[in-house]
Write a protein that binds this ligand. Sequence first.
Ligand code: SAH
Length: 511
Amino acid sequence: MSGTGKVYLVGAGPGDLGLVTSRAYDLVASCEVLVHDNLVNPDLLEKVSPDCERIDVGKQPGRHAVPQEEIAELLVSKAQEGKIVVRLKGGDPFVFGRGGEEMTVLEEAGLSYEIVPGVTAALGCAAYAGIPLTHRDHGSSISFLTGHEDVAKEALRVDFGKFAAAGGTLCVYMGMGKLEQIVDELAAGGLKGNTPAVVVQQGTLPTQTKVVSNLGKLTQDVQDAGLVAPSIIFVGNAVGLSRDDDWFSSRPLFGKRIVVTRARAQAVELKSLLEQEGAEVLELPLIQVVSEVDKQIASEVFAGLGTYEWIVFTSVNGASKFFDLFLRGFKDLRSLGPARLACVGASTAEVLERLHLQVDLVPDKATAENLAKALIDTESLDSANVLVVTGNRNRDILVEMLDSVGHAIVDLLQVYATDFTNLGDVPEATRFRREGADAIVFASSSAVDSYVEQEDELRLDEAARRPIHCSIGPATSRSLRDNELSVDLEAPKASLSAMVESLVQHFGNLQ
Ligand code: SAH
């Protein structure tokens, strides 16, 4: 037995990644074994290192949760192998999380452990649904109670009547399966029918839903709204200060499901911008971008960098991959030489600006034609050496125009290839087919092409929401139209923030 193993019982918070403590982040990113439940945000699970062993012990459709004794055994045996183990639980490990039992088992096994608290669901849901839990005038105590979700299980363990008599704010976990009984017992304990009550489902997540009601109407209202687990039930006078239009659900894109079609690595920024506005983001990476460069051509181009009058970047990927290559070969940015720099649009220019390079030319509209025209208009390109940095799917029009209209001498450097992703069995594609979305954002013509090619895999069910098509700029819009798809929204400027702003305006106006 190796003595270096250790178990961390870690709270992952109620759902929103922003509520994960930095301690929890660090441990998830560095552990060797991650044992988690299904209430943990899947995006957090993505933070593990590639060689971390991930073990899901939560309940899944068609599969029971792993029994508690087995989980405890697993933690012990992994730690005894000398592993750093993170046992990640929704909310806080010591609040209805069986953290107490696990701690005892670890102690008995003589293993070293630490406990990392998390934001428990009641606190997260209350904050994100605008429900004060205490108030000078309306409530001076809080109780966390469990109702037991499983209807088949024994009678309620908690004496709800006593808590009704004690007053204050009651927060009931796992209570949805026995809601009616809980309400009856609270009423029998003396709580009036007009006592404020709120149920919050999937709190702190973009899918958060709530029902603001009172004890007398709660069961019916919850049933009408179709709320199910995971939900927290709040009862008490302070709860009466919550409103339907709380801060969280009044954000402009709240309740909207927006599909992001960029390659995974690039979807991050768009996803986070959309989430800040309240949207639920579904990632369907229709394309994947891989580095692909002819070494011979690249070394010739890099050897002759000083001879170009212009270096032209036609996409964000092109710019990023070019500078990855360049910085691997050169230590000094000045090796780029005296060339002027042109970019097809604002996002591409941002890649250069992040390196503190001044971009000399960005056309008004982000298309290859406009970029070519703008270059030709600057001055005579006659016999000028121009380097065009591209991917495998860029249209030839830019090079043709620079060559035949501008009479430039054009060198082409392809630095990446865009492949279509096969969405066949991707869970996000299944969800898209079943539920649809409110909008789908295309950030490139290749994403449109891949979407069209995978029409069958992405065909929406009858009941699914039909998304509007949003395009990042004129070139992508043209690809949509060429494929007989509507363009419902086009960003005024080829940048992610402009795209998000148009979506906010669009859905804001509809409300
Ligand atoms: N340890 C967890 C609780 C686990 S018990 C914590 O501290 O939060 C599981 C119950 O927690 C669910 O049945 C539900 O009542 C509640 N819960 C967890 N996440 C929730 C969420 N995002 N929204 C509403 N309720 C949630």
